[in-house]
Design a protein around this ligand. Structure first.
Ligand SMILES: [Zn+2]
Length: 360
């Protein structure tokens, strides 16, 4: 008998993760680190443009065309398993969301409504390709790499605001405006991961408008065309990162919940019992770092040599290390076994409320 090949470790990992009920941690996904009170982390990256089916990418060729720079996604989490939402993925009716909206319609109590939203509605996310330039704000192992990033509403809002803005401001106070993902004229995005009200917070994140639009790779301020092509070819096929929604499965889950044992105790959801912090939108004044400093740093970022990077070099340290559990002290379900990214973002509620058209 010929010797069998057991070598496809990626496939096995995925199967095992599926069996366990979690999602594989994709080494190509950039996940912001956990933070504690008083801590904050800063990263700088360029957002890469939309892609066309057949274009070269890190996974071979893109399987689909993305019209926008992001791919919208979101999952219902039931018994620690993600169920992609047909409403968010395909703009189709979703039985689980319908149930959530129906239950929310039955109460006017704001806290109740947000709890229902949290339990029944998925958080809307926006997957995009990003490129970390050789900037000293970035950890060394990220520099020069293309990752995909799946932020929630609050970061997305900053990007949307840039696209919607026509006003470049004045030289003393430049504003980010228009298309920010043209690799020849791109803004550097500065992600600031802070901590507020018990959650990760991204309020201080922004495009570095003061540095202006620039090529994502340049030498003496001139775009490095071949390096730009190389970077674009390392983008990830975002559509393959998510399973297709299974509306029938969601419908049967809804059915079992609504016809269940009737006492409402076992509704199929995990009781994660984290009460929604109503104060997440409190407007603290934050000291923005010295813009000149930022400009200087960002200048470094673009004086980038087209170094021959060994793509295959594995970077064990890329993913944030296991974080102490006290990061999200009141949440004992944050052991990451559900495949979500452990810590909670305060934009979760913002996202849900946005879906409901409640923006207060
Ligand atoms: Zn849904």
């Amino acid at each position: 008998m010929p010797r069998k090949n057991y070598g496809d470790v990626d496939a096995i990992r995925k199967k095992m993760a599926d069996a366990k009920g979690g999602r594989m941690t994709d080494p190509n996904e950039f996940r912001p680190p956990q933070v504690k009170e008083g801590e904050s982390f800063k990263f700088r990256f360029f957002i890469l443009p939309p892609f066309e089916a057949g274009e070269k990418c890190a996974d071979g060729e893109f399987t689909q065309t993305s019209e926008l720079f992001y791919v919208q996604n979101g999952s219902h989490w039931i018994n620690n398993k993600p169920y992609p939402c047909p409403r968010i993925h395909n703009d189709e009716e979703c039985p689980m969301c319908s149930l959530g909206f129906e239950l929310m319609g039955e109460t006017q109590d704001k806290k109740m409504r947000s709890q229902i939203a949290r339990q029944y509605l998925p958080q809307q996310k926006y997957a995009m390709n990003i490129y970390f330039p050789n900037d000293k704000a970035n950890p060394e192992d990220l520099r020069g790499t293309v990752k995909w990033f799946n932020p929630g509403q609050s970061i997305y809002n900053k990007m949307e605001a840039c696209i919607m803005n026509d006003d470049e401001g004045d030289p003393a106070d430049p504003q980010a405006y228009g298309i920010f993902y043209d690799p020849y004229e791109s803004y550097l995005f500065q992600l600031v991961v802070g901590f507020k009200g018990g959650y990760r917070n991204y309020d201080e994140s922004k495009f570095l408008a003061s540095v202006g639009k620039r090529p994502i790779a340049a030498k003496d301020k001139k775009p490095l065309e071949s390096r730009i092509d190389e970077i674009l070819a390392q983008r990830h096929d975002l559509f393959t990162k998510f399973d297709e929604p299974d509306t029938d499965k969601l419908a049967s889950l809804v059915k079992s919940m609504t016809n269940g044992d009737g006492d409402g105790d076992d509704d199929g959801f995990d009781d994660d019992d984290d009460s929604v912090d109503e104060s997440v939108k409190a407007d603290d004044d934050v000291v923005i770092e010295d813009e000149e400093d930022a400009t200087e740093d960002a200048e470094d970022a673009v004086e980038e040599e087209p170094k021959a990077k060994t793509k295959e070099k594995k970077k064990a340290k890329e993913e944030p290390k296991e974080e102490p559990e006290e990061t999200v002290a009141e949440d004992d379900s944050s052991d990451d076994s559900d495949g979500s990214d452990g810590g909670e973002d305060d934009d979760e509620l913002a996202s849900l409320m946005a879906q409901l058209g409640e923006d207060d």
